[in-house]
Design a protein around this ligand. Sequence first.
Ligand SMILES: Nc1ncnc2c1ncn2[C@@H]1O[C@H](COP(=O)(O)OP(=O)(O)OP(=O)(O)O)[C@@H](O)[C@H]1O
Ligand SMILES: [Mg+2]
Length: 647
Amino acid sequence: MSHIRILPENVANKIAAGEVVERPASVVKELLENALDAGAKSIRVEVESGGKRMIRVTDDGCGMGHDDALLAFERHATSKLRTADDLLSIATLGFRGEALPSIAAVSRLLLETRSAEEEEGTRIEFAGGKLVNVKPAGVPVGTTVSVADIFYCVPARRKFLKSETTELGHIASLVTHYALAHPDKQFFLKTPSQEIVNVTPVEQLSERVYQLFGRQALDELLEIPPSEAPVRSAITEPELEPDEQAALVRVRGFASRPEVQRTNRNGIYVFVNRRLVRDRLILHAIGEAYRNIMPPMVFPVVLLFIDLPYQEVDVNVHPSKIEVRFRHPQFAHDFARDAIRHALANARPIAGFPAAQMPSPAARESFAVAAAAAGDTLGPPHAVIPVSFENSGGLGEGFELTGAPDRPVPQRLQFDSGEVIEFPGGVEPRPSSEAPAGFPAKPATAPASLPRPEDIADLKPLGQVNNSFIVAVNGEGLWLIDQHVAHERVLFEQHLRARREGELGGQRLLVPLVVELSPRQIVIFEQIAEELRANGFEAELMGQRSVAIQAAPAGIAASDAEKLLAEILDGIAREAQAISIDSLQAKIAASTSCHAAIKVNTPLDSQKMEWLLAQLARTEYPMSCPHGRPVVLRYSIHEIEKAFKRI
Ligand SMILES: Nc1ncnc2c1ncn2[C@@H]1O[C@H](COP(=O)(O)OP(=O)(O)OP(=O)(O)O)[C@@H](O)[C@H]1O
Ligand SMILES: [Mg+2]
């Protein structure tokens, strides 16, 4: 007797539902994607109880005829694919033909739809995967899908749903993302008590950012100007068809200034061919773009749109289509990284006095974070989204300078070294009424309040505060320069450039220094011994637990060599994964320059100060140290005059 049985369809659907429907937001995602695939110009999402009680998505897309509407609930029924070859170039968001039957299997679902060809619409009702009712219905062209009581027939899953606020947060985050990807469409999200998103079609992506996050957020972002490159080279791949040779990858979007720092990746949205994805490769590229201009363990805000020919990306690798595979991953990675790096290098912004940039208390309070908690789900997980849009000015709405939103904003930054930087509380918070009522025709890519690197070219030092901070002036205003991090930035760039050009000689110690290492440190030491040597470290294993340091990188005092080595080894151990040679070199350069740089509490004569300021002006990124801390603060003449009530 045979033991193997084909599962009845309703069981198979419930299993498939487990993959597709994880939580209310997954339902919203599938319905939104269907609406977009149907060519909708306006999409309206209504939810009750965080989507647990009800989700209704209404679109003005092409709708379905009576027969199609019934077919849509069969598994693998799709209008979007015909042959296996179509799978190689998917242009729609959906293609599996699984979403509707999966959702219907775990909820009470009502579909109302009409195509332009039919006079009368169709109304179909499912409960727990069973067809309950089919009726004609007088409805406009388009589709409305209402999903009630999600998981009512799968109690085990219902238990796993998080609080209403959390689930609503995920939904709001999702609608926000799709609204960003489609500025030309109208999106609407509401609950019985709140209108969460309401955006009308606009032409520019920047206008959509403004609609969703407000003016100040836009000021915190740098535009990544559209750039494109051929994916494949006609020279290396001459057999390509002409249209394949012409295939381009395009990248554009927004990246936050380095001083905008978040404690998680919630602010990073990546879209590949307008599909919201969670892609490790691209996240890594973003990290690389910010390497050494941002502290470790903090993250930027990035909206990245990558568009490439459909054949260049496989979207059929994950049931909810959230992961993709690039056909030329290295190319996609490097191209994205370089586009962001360029945008950052071109702006090279310098931190102003943070007090002058604090959001108003009102804006801070308007920070309604619904999704900060909760499990790993759709899209960038734990997305932080603005739930209240009443206040249109201020960082508070989805963006922040540093720190998680549930922490107080005048913030502190804690570094791996244990060092803490505290930003002072708002001296004169900007009134939120300053936010412009309308959207400016062309959004400024750099707000006037932020100084630029050119501005530090002719700084005249006046003296030091506390033997640690150089006070300087020029036509721009009054400046404070942290002497240690300024020197660190100078040395870092010099060291790294020199290393990339060749090997660096070290300084021999008078007496070899024997240091004990932990087993973990020994393992790392052996892995990177070669690179350490190329950076001027001569060190050899002695026995099982110790190394003898014979030479240290130039500028490092003998007494510091041990600390530096331990710091490098621990820094790499923390990554706990394969580290690229580029980032290894950058890490060593960062640690070395930190130890070699002028310390705080060191008196400097005016010649030394002048020398340091001139060196700093020549660096590529004078605005932050290799660990991402600010190097200079400016008090502009405008701010000074304002503070003295002269203007
Ligand atoms: N809002 C809508 N407007 C018009 N047609 C729709 C809509 N939603 C679904 N359909 C039709 O129903 C079919 C099945 O939808 P379903 O979401 O189950 O599968 P899919 O979108 O083809 O693939 P996937 O499972 O990857 O989402 C679609 O191919 C489409 O033809
Ligand atoms: Mg679909």
